[in-house]
Design a protein around this ligand. Structure first.
Ligand SMILES: Cc1ncc(C[n+]2csc(CCOP(=O)(O)OP(=O)(O)O)c2C)c(N)n1
Length: 321
């Protein structure tokens, strides 16, 4: 790993467990996907896990997050229920959205994970609205909103930054800059790469992290969260990261001509799951790996054994009760 952030053994084990759970869950999703048991498109975060894990590790249980259709990592890092996530991907009635929404629309309000959306940028103002309510509540809770580099091109991104700064909302904006919106690199889409500079014009402190070092992300998020709790208003971090798999689906796309395998290999060489695992004592690491495999096997079994939604469920959740 590139960072030199000191870390205590408990944090290391907790961070590794979270990274490993997300990586192995998504690898299992990719393995199952061709069987057609998973009924929704999947946008995998493999390679990007450290952003969700580094940020969520400094949040409290009653803090709130929003994320996107590429949301397995944030959902799990915040403590979303794995069984109900897997059942949701299978379209089963026990899923976290009752089997009606699939991978792109995960939600677990018990873990303070707000509903995700397939529509780029839309969960940013939702998180700000929630942060507005948290500010009025006055209990020191904060919101964190995860989104991709592509989402920063949506008008609602700028509108939300302005509103959040004006009203000093308790919100941490987290841009997962994986360099691409589907197949378009930021260099083809952005007049300048200086995203943080643009954000600062709204009066928001912004920090750019050059790579996906999980402990550097965790440290930056920790400082930002502390400032927000102290009344600073919104904070912004941009984390450079890399999506290892195709935009949507379980496979790779290095033959599509928009990026090279060399680029991937540079990121894989600093894989945060492997790097944090290598810092652990072998027996402790094995115990975590075994626990993670058990949880994933249980979740797959739960999804497979769960019933389909009842036909009469079709009309529930359409309007608020
Ligand atoms: C409003 C809107 N415009 C376009 C799309 C099509 N679309 C789906 S994903 C995507 C790319 C978004 O890229 P980014 O925000 O960087 O997130 P990433 O997929 O890299 O995680 C686009 C353009 C959409 N879903 N919603």
């Amino acid at each position: 790993m590139s960072g030199n952030v000191p870390v205590d053994p408990e944090t290391l084990a907790r961070v590794y467990r979270s990274l490993r759970l997300i990586r192995r869950t998504e690898e299992e999703i990719a393995r199952i996907y061709p069987s057609d048991k998973i009924k929704s498109p999947v946008h995998l975060s493999i390679g990007q896990e450290s952003v969700s894990v580094g940020v969520c590790d400094v949040l409290d249980a009653d803090d709130v997050i929003s994320a996107t259709y590429r949301g397995h990592a944030a959902y799990l890092a915040k403590g979303g229920d794995l069984n109900r996530m897997m059942a949701e991907l299978y379209g089963k009635g026990t899923g976290c959205a009752a089997g009606k929404a699939g991978s792109m629309h995960l939600i677990d309000m018990g873990a303070n994970v707000l509903g995700m959306s397939a529509v780029v940028g839309t969960t940013i103002p939702v998180a700000a609205g929630y942060a507005f309510a948290l500010g009025r509540e006055g209990k020191g809770r904060i919101a964190a909103s995860f989104f991709g580099d592509g989402a920063t091109e949506e008008g609602v991104f700028s509108e939300t930054l302005n509103f959040a700064s004006l009203h000093k909302l308790p919100i941490l904006f987290v841009c997962e800059n994986n360099g691409f919106a589907i197949h378009s690199p930021t260099s083809n889409r952005w007049a300048t790469e200086r995203l943080c500079e643009r954000v600062r014009t709204y009066g928001i402190e912004a920090k750019e992290l050059p790579d996906d070092d999980v402990f550097a992300i965790r440290e930056a998020a920790g400082h930002a969260a502390q400032a927000i709790r102290g009344g600073s208003g919104p904070q912004f971090i941009e984390c450079k990261t890399y999506r290892w798999r195709e935009h949507v689906g379980p496979g790779e796309d290095y033959d599509d001509g928009y990026r090279t395998r060399d680029e991937l290999e540079a990121w894989q060489a600093r894989d945060q799951v492997a790097a944090t695992g290598a810092m652990l004592d072998l027996a402790e690491r094995q115990a975590i790996d075994d626990e993670v495999e058990g949880l994933i096997a249980e979740a797959v079994d739960f999804a497979e054994q769960s019933p389909w939604p009842e036909p009469e469920e079709l009309y529930s959740h359409v309007f608020a009760d």
